[in-house]
Design a protein around this ligand. Structure first.
Ligand code: NAD
Length: 276
């Protein structure tokens, strides 16, 4: 069950964190995996410009947190093919070129995992800037739309496709001091359902995955007392592991999930329950 042999998958934001583990899980299930990210190894970055975009991005660029190459290498060691592309989800022309190259090299594109996201804009409403609001929406929501638009014609022609959009449980519950993040993740759910309606007659399923708090390097940058507070709000009293999200992605990407579309799948350990 859940074999992805013969399928071609593309993951956005796969240099680190959830995206990286999702790419590995898809490779392990037999898919050829295209690893894409805004940041790839051995690329000269303009630190000042990157800092304007995301302070998390600067942190990981400076601390060796970009692992595109090793992700693709691990996938190859599992016996699956893997390609790497620098791809900014906010630039449609860049996405178009990457998809064209993937289809030229692999002949198809079956699975799109929209994982790329920014979550480092934390400020109360009175301290929010329009620039950060615009960034959150542009990357987290319009980025998902951009990628769907570019894979869509190929999936329509193939009459088969799986699109998995990484939203968040805060898309339903709200995100304190993260209005742009919360709105963008809620927007993904609306986009998922709308596109699922159109994909149904072409064999394309579109689903939203809503993780709870997952133990990625980005989340582990929170202070220990904050992590403790978070754990106490979760029914299972622990953070999730990236692999626990990745296995849900593999399921949604599989033939076995053929009748699931327009769904919002929560994988939260009960973070979205009324815990006391
Ligand atoms: N970790 C969690 O607890 C959690 C919970 C719910 C949802 N999520 C979502 O899961 C996804 C991954 O989270 P993570 O914890 O791994 O975070 P992360 O910050 O480590 O990873 C985000 C990835 O997206 C990439 N990215 C940022 N902007 C991009 C752009 N414009 N184009 C292409 N790539 C870009 C980054 O370079 C990075 O590799 C995000 O969408 C996040 O909102 C995470």
């Amino acid at each position: 069950m859940f074999s992805l042999t013969g399928k071609v998958a593309l993951v956005t934001g796969a240099s680190r964190g959830l995206g990286r583990v999702i790419a590995l899980a898809l490779g392990s299930a037999g898919a050829r995996v295209v690893v894409t990210d805004l940041l790839v190894e051995n690329e000269k970055i303009d630190k000042a410009e990157l800092a304007q975009y995301s302070r998390l991005a600067v942190h990981f660029a400076e601390t060796g947190g970009i692992k595109t190459e090793s992700t693709a290498e691990e996938i190859r060691k599992m016996g699956s093919e893997s390609l790497i592309f620098k791809m900014d989800v906010t630039i449609p022309d860049e996405i178009l070129k990457v998809i064209a190259e993937v289809v030229e090299k692999f002949g198809r594109i079956d699975i799109l995992v929209n994982n790329a996201g920014v979550m480092d804009n934390m400020a109360l409403l009175e301290n929010q800037t329009d620039r950060m609001w615009d960034r959150d929406l542009k990357v987290n929501l319009t980025g998902v739309y951009n990628c769907i638009r570019e894979v869509w014609p190929h999936m329509m022609n193939q009459k088969w496709g799986r699109i998995i959009n990484i939203s968040s449980f805060v898309g339903l519950s709200g995100a304190f001091a993260q209005p742009g993040y919360g709105a963008s993740k809620a927007g993904i759910i609306g986009l998922t359902k709308s596109v699922a309606l159109e994909g149904a007659k072409y064999g394309i399923t579109v689903n939203a995955l809503l993780p709870g708090f997952i133990e990625t390097d980005a989340i582990m940058l929170h202070k220990p007392e904050m992590l403790e507070r978070i754990k106490n709000r979760i029914a299972m009293k622990r953070l999730g592991k990236p692999e626990e999200i990745a296995s849900a992605v593999v399921f949604l990407a599989s033939r076995e999930a053929s009748y699931i579309t327009g769904a919002e799948m929560s994988v939260t350990g009960g973070a979205d329950l009324f815990v006391f």
